[in-house]
Write a protein that binds this ligand. Structure first.
Ligand code: B12
Ligand SMILES: *[C@@H]1O[C@H](CO)[C@@H](O)[C@H](O)[C@H]1NC(C)=O
Length: 160
């Protein structure tokens, strides 16, 4: 699938954004729909503001043959992990993902990464962790990246 259709998924998801207005603590709680799309469009690559390089690691606890991989993604500080993932799709041809927007959590659930999808049927999902194997208590839109040594891990695993 092309990057454009993946982006289109985000833009579709963004249409439900208005429902989430008034949520507390949302980093990009924007009044205007166009602003939100621009926010998803990420940022000016020539932006002279302080940037950081975040490590995005993809692992799989269910498949011993899975080759773990890692992406060094350049983003301005204080962007969300979701925005970092969008940036990664721009910076790497071999990173893709799909997500579903849930207004009640003011953010996205990550459905699939590099073509591998979680499923309710097989009780699998992409667990969202920090570099010490601890699951974040919030979704990808509510965690911001700060420093050069930030490590974000997506681990394909089971909730059974
Ligand atoms: C079951 C559940 C899951 C299951 C959902 C799979 C399934 N098919 O059932 C699994 C194990 C996959 C899951 C994963 C995660 N979850 Co969860 N989950 C729940 C739980 C306990 C119930 C949801 C539910 O079934 N609602 C009833 C159904 C009928 O309503 P629904 O809208 O269709 O439910 C869907 C959404 O809730 C969605 N979903 C589940 N978790 C999350 C998390 C986020 C951020 C989003 C956007 C959507 C989402 O999946 C459900 C099934 O499709 C809620 C807490 C609660 N009691 O509500 C936490 C809860 C929603 N999850 C939470 C979190 C943090 C996560 C993870 C980010 C944890 C992690 N670090 O990996 C991951 C998501 C990672 C990713 N891939 O993006 C938090 C969200 C907090 C927040 N403000 O962002 C909650 C509120 C628990 C909590 N108090 O910490 N979760
Ligand atoms: C992804 O592509 C980059 C080059 O753009 C390469 O260095 C890296 O090894 C590739 N990673 C995977 C997991 O294929």
């Amino acid at each position: 699938m092309s990057k454009f259709s993946i982006l289109a998924v985000f833009l579709l998801a963004a249409t439900s954004w208005r429902d989430a207005q008034g949520s507390v603590g949302v980093p990009q709680a924007l009044e205007d729909h166009q602003d939100r799309i621009e926010c998803l469009e990420v940022f000016d690559p020539l932006d002279s503001g302080r940037r950081t390089t975040v490590t995005l690691r993809v692992e799989n606890s269910l498949d011993p043959n899975f080759v773990s991989c890692e992406y060094q993604v350049s983003v301005p500080v204080r962007k969300s992990v979701f925005q970092t993932m969008v940036a990664a799709t721009r910076q790497f041809d071999n990173f893709t993902f799909r997500a579903t927007y849930f207004p009640e959590y003011a953010g996205h659930f990550i459905d699939s990464i590099n073509g591998l999808a979680g499923s309710s049927h097989s009780k699998t999902y992409w667990r969202f962790e920090n570099g010490w194997g601890e699951a974040f208590d919030r979704g990808v839109d509510l965690i911001l990246v700060h420093a050069n040594d930030d490590v974000i891990v997506f681990r394909y695993t089971s909730w059974a």
